[in-house]
Design a binder for this molecule. Structure first.
Ligand code: UD1
Ligand code: CA
Length: 459
């Protein structure tokens, strides 16, 4: 255990978002902002993260409780310092505390690591993560003395004209010695313009008591960008999207149009795979090597193995084995499992079905609640009739079977090995192994009927 706790402030209302959703739950690249901060904290191996909730706290708690964090409740939002006070009981006397904000989704674990190292190696008791901003408006400013040492942080609203000209800003993220932070929290007052308890005051309190305070300046300004509005949310989205895509490119993925490719942080992609414009990859998706993911394809929570080619299709909660070809316009709904070299062609929908190696449904079919064996041909227009209006039923089509075009397989039903189903048949009973099954009216020709009816067209 390396004795680091994180306190993540997430109790504010986020008024400027103009939203019913609490600010920290707005997603950046598919993940609530506050979870990105939890990710960064996990990267530095914190032994505990405490999220301070308040405004719509229950909603925030519900959304992130799977992350295994602790929650502290701030009933009234009386300022950032007051927010940290609510987490005090979770803090120990040893080690350091990372103070983080729930609205800075771009912060990286590496930067937090560097902040902690700077704090420890410099023997500081309090360290601020800062940056130089050309336009520092709205941020707290870092006030230094003639020797260049940090003296205090002054909020924009409390700053003198001279202080307002300072370009070094407070990111809102800090590293403190736990025990000293707890003691300093008791001394914060709300004697300022906004009549709030500011966490920023801790710096001045510690310094006045003779402790060493410092600032770790980061070059990557994007990382400490706070999201307070929808415009900033989109900025954060673009920056994070770019960051994710660059990582994949560095790992050997070709991305044809990075402005129009959307990949969530959790997605894994193998080498030499190509993503075409308009691709959306979400959730726990894993894509293998040498795949071609064609334009406007959306894949969520699915496993795609090597050498799969997909064109303009949607795949949800499914798995696709090596060498399959899918689309254009195919729809794999949840629980579809394709074996190796399966072909799912245009306008084919598959749901909750297994389709084994080498089988094909090349065009216009619905395969629902089915178990399809190896090397089966599912013709054009085949419907697995799985629903009787009340219940869903299962169909089984065994290896090497052939299901002709426009066949209805009325479930529950089984086509045994090598069975042939004639085109246009509606199958309601088992097709035995190796049998041809024809289940439709025989053709009848009535000679001369057209002429007798006076319908014959002359050239
Ligand atoms: C704060 C800092 C400012 C810094 C800026 C960086 C203070 C007093 N000011 O200002 O120096 O430059 O962040 O972005 O700390 N929160 C609570 N409870 C509260 C108030 C806020 O949990 O009572 C949370 C918010 O949800 C948010 C974070 O604390 O996640 C920061 O609060 P915000 O109001 O955005 O602070 P700023 O005015 O941006
Ligand atoms: Ca803010």
């Amino acid at each position: 255990m390396n004795n680091i706790s994180a306190v993540i402030l997430a109790a504010g209302a986020g008024t400027r978002m103009k939203s019913k959703l609490p600010k920290v739950l707005h997603a950046v690249c598919g993940k609530p902002m506050v979870e990105h901060i939890i990710d960064a904290a996990e990267e530095v191996n914190v032994h505990k993260s405490i999220v301070v909730i308040g405004h719509k706290g229950e909603e925030v708690k519900k959304a992130i409780k799977h992350r295994g964090v602790d929650f502290a409740l701030q009933k009234e939002q009386l300022g950032t310092g007051h927010a940290v006070m609510q987490a005090e009981n979770f803090l120990k006397d040893e080690g350091v505390v990372l103070l983080l904000c729930g609205d800075t989704p771009l912060i990286k674990g590496d930067t937090l690591k560097a902040l902690i190292d700077f704090h420890r190696e410099g023997n500081f008791q309090g360290t601020i993560l800062t940056a130089d901003f050309e336009n520092p408006k709205g941020y707290g400013r870092i006030v230094r003395n003639e020797e260049g040492n940090v003296v205090k942080i002054v909020e924009e609203k409390d700053a003198s004209e001279q202080e307002k000209r300072i370009t070094e800003i407070n990111s809102g993220m800090f590293c403190y010695d736990s025990k000293l932070l707890k003691e300093a929290l008791k001394k914060i007052t709300n004697d300022n313009q906004q009549q709030e308890y500011y966490i920023t005051d801790v710096i001045e309190i510690l310094r006045k008591e003779g402790h060493k305070v410092g600032a770790f300046k980061t070059e990557d300004k994007a990382e400490i960008m706070g999201v307070n509005s929808r415009v900033q949310l989109t900025c954060a989205e673009e920056l994070m999207r770019e960051r994710i895509l660059i990582k994949h490119m560095e790992d050997g993925v070709t991305i044809i149009d990075s402005k129009n490719t959307y990949v969530e942080k959790s997605v894994k992609i193998g080498m030499d795979t190509i993503l075409y414009p308009g691709v959306i990859l979400k959730g726990n998706t894993e894509i293998g090597e040498d795949c071609i993911i064609g334009h406007n394809t959306r894949i969520e929570n699915s496993i795609i193995k090597n050498e799969v080619q997909i064109q303009s299709s949607t795949i949800m909660n499914s798995s696709v084995d090596e060498g399959c070809t899918i689309g254009p316009y195919a729809y794999l709904r949840p629980n579809s499992k394709l074996g190796k070299k399966v072909k799912i062609g245009d306008f084919v929908e598959v749901k909750n079905s297994i389709i084994d190696d080498g089988s094909k449904a090349s065009h216009l079919a619905y395969v629902g609640d089915a178990e399809v064996g190896k090397n089966v041909n599912i013709g054009c227009g085949v419907v697995f009739v799985n629903y009787d209006g009340k219940n869903k039923h299962k169909s089984i089509v065994e290896d090497n079977s052939f299901v002709g075009s426009n066949v209805n397989l009325v479930a529950p039903v089984v086509v045994r090995k090598g069975g042939y189903v004639a085109t246009g048949s509606t199958i309601t009973k088992e097709v035995p192994e190796g049998a041809l099954s024809v289940a439709r009216e025989r053709q009848k020709n009535i000679a001369g009927w057209v002429e007798r009816k006076g319908l014959l067209k002359k050239d």
